[in-house]
Design a protein around this ligand. Structure first.
Ligand code: SF4
Length: 457
């Protein structure tokens, strides 16, 4: 990547005042790039801007800096984010950074011309945009020096965060990341080794966190993990698709300090799980879970409720199967915890028009799991969080404005209801099945959009 000569800094919600590297204020910078991989990053961004003394609402902001937002949530449906940002980049960040290095001389005087010069992939709400992506991940840049918060530890602990691959070939029907990060691409073994060698120079622990989805889909994953073990480098694999894991892989993973395996069957009903593209095989899963517990691992199981055609009997089926694993782990003195989330419909996925489960029904299904497994073993996402996620994931500019104004007052159920009424914004749409005409993201095109409708439920 070309060198730009730009002065770059990082601001996080816990340090909106001064940049981590330069100590400068955010409003002294000529451009802000905000990452929104998660829908709730929208209210967080509002709070960060407000805390930094930058007007959060785009329509009211008169002075620099211009704000470009990117990341999964923002690129899949930029409309609500444009209530705050001036533009959204629909594509891989490496492409945006290349374009910016060539256009930065337009700042600070010509921010409008800078945005126009970015061309393909930049969405400002006026024209149709097609996602742009790096075809050869192996030759594209990967950060080796990572600027981090001074007070908040990275989510998977200290170490070098490595992107082994991008996208996921399984395309489960609810999965935003798989559809928006398509196509699946990966880095070569040689590149991975070179990145690890350089990246470890800049962190405090000789530890590599592989944050790619389903890492056992990488053709050289076992060679790569073997290389880490032989080099005395610890590693962590926070996300694993359970049916890509072989029993002997447990030996390899047990040579790292990782003691918990997070597995996400979503549903343990074979019928229901196949309908979302993630077929559950009771015997194979039972064998893997048993072997993992016997090897000394704890398990964290991710389950989802509110799936299409789900009845209470499927939730009970899941609960009974999970109970067998929880009981066996207690017998061995291990821990199996269960985390429950409602299905949040996401744009550009086959479930994009499907409704979010209602609160009462959601709590009823969580109750079934809690009764079977014991309350202590089950944690569930608060329904209101999932509801706000759905509002942002599926909403339009008016919803974005509502969320931004609510965030400034402190996002609450009651506050949101009152404000939506006074602004005249419909907030009931995530709870009903929607038509194709109700997709505020219809001017943003992703590679699989044309086949998605055929897979829709
Ligand atoms: S395996 Fe996981 S990451 Fe891949 S498509 Fe399915 S849910 Fe998404």
């Amino acid at each position: 990547m070309e060198k730009s000569g730009a002065l770059v800094d990082r601001f996080t919600l816990d340090n909106p005042d001064r940049g981590l590297v330069t100590g400068r204020r955010l409003r002294e910078f000529d451009l802000v790039l905000a990452s929104a991989n998660y829908e709730l990053d929208l209210p967080y961004l509002v709070k960060l801007l407000d805390g930094a003394g930058v007007e959060p609402l785009a329509e009211r902001r008169r002075k620099r800096p211009p704000i470009i937002v990117g990341g999964l949530a923002a690129m899949s449906n930029p409309e609500p984010f444009l209530a705050v940002a001036d533009a959204a980049f629909v594509g891989d960040g490496e492409i945006l950074l290349e374009k910016l290095t060539r256009a930065l001389s337009l700042l600070p005087d010509e921010p409008g011309t800078l945005l126009e010069s970015l061309g393909e992939g930049l969405y400002t709400g006026e024209t149709h945009v097609r996602k742009v992506f790096v075809e050869d991940l192996d030759s594209s840049a990967h950060p080796v020096v990572m600027i981090r918060s001074r007070v908040v530890e990275p989510v998977y602990g200290e170490g070098f965060y490595l992107e082994l691959s991008r996208g996921c070939r399984w395309l489960c029907r609810f999965c935003l990341e798989a559809y928006t990060m398509y196509p699946f691409r990966y880095r070569s073994l040689e590149t991975l080794k070179a990145l690890v060698s350089e990246g470890l120079k800049h962190v405090q622990r000789r530890r590599v966190v592989v944050y790619s989805l389903s890492p056992f889909d990488h053709p050289n994953i076992r060679d790569f993990l073997g290389y880490l073990v032989d080099s005395g480098i610890d590693f962590s694999l926070p996300s694993i698709r359970w049916d890509t894991l072989r029993l002997d892989d447990l030996d390899l993973i047990s040579r790292s300090s990782q003691r918990t395996l997070a597995l996400a069957p979503e549903s343990m009903s074979p019928r229901l799980s196949c309908s979302i593209g993630k077929c559950f095989a009771p015997d194979a899963f039972g064998e893997l879970a048993t072997a993992a517990l016997e090897k000394g691992f704890n398990l964290k199981l991710y389950l989802m409720v509110g799936l299409p055609s789900e009845g209470e009997e499927e939730v009970l089926e899941t609960a009974r199967r999970a109970k067998e694993i929880v009981s066996y782990s207690s017998k061995l003195g291990r821990k199996t915890s269960v985390s429950v989330n409602p299905l949040v419909p996401k744009p550009h996925t086959p479930l994009q028009d499907y409704p979010l489960i209602g609160e009462r029904e959601y709590l009823g299904r969580v109750g079934i799991l809690e009764r079977e497994l014991g309350r202590g073993a089950v944690a569930h996402l608060r329904w209101f969080h999932a509801y706000v996620q759905s509002l942002i994931a599926l909403g339009d500019r008016g919803v974005g404005r509502l969320i931004a104004l609510s965030a400034l007052r402190g996002l609450s159920k009651r506050g949101l209801a009152e404000l939506s009424e006074s602004l005249g914004v419909d907030v009931g749409f995530p709870l009903r099945r929607r038509s194709r005409d109700e997709r505020p993201w219809h001017r943003v095109e992703f590679p699989l959009d044309r086949v998605i409708d055929k897979l829709s439920l």
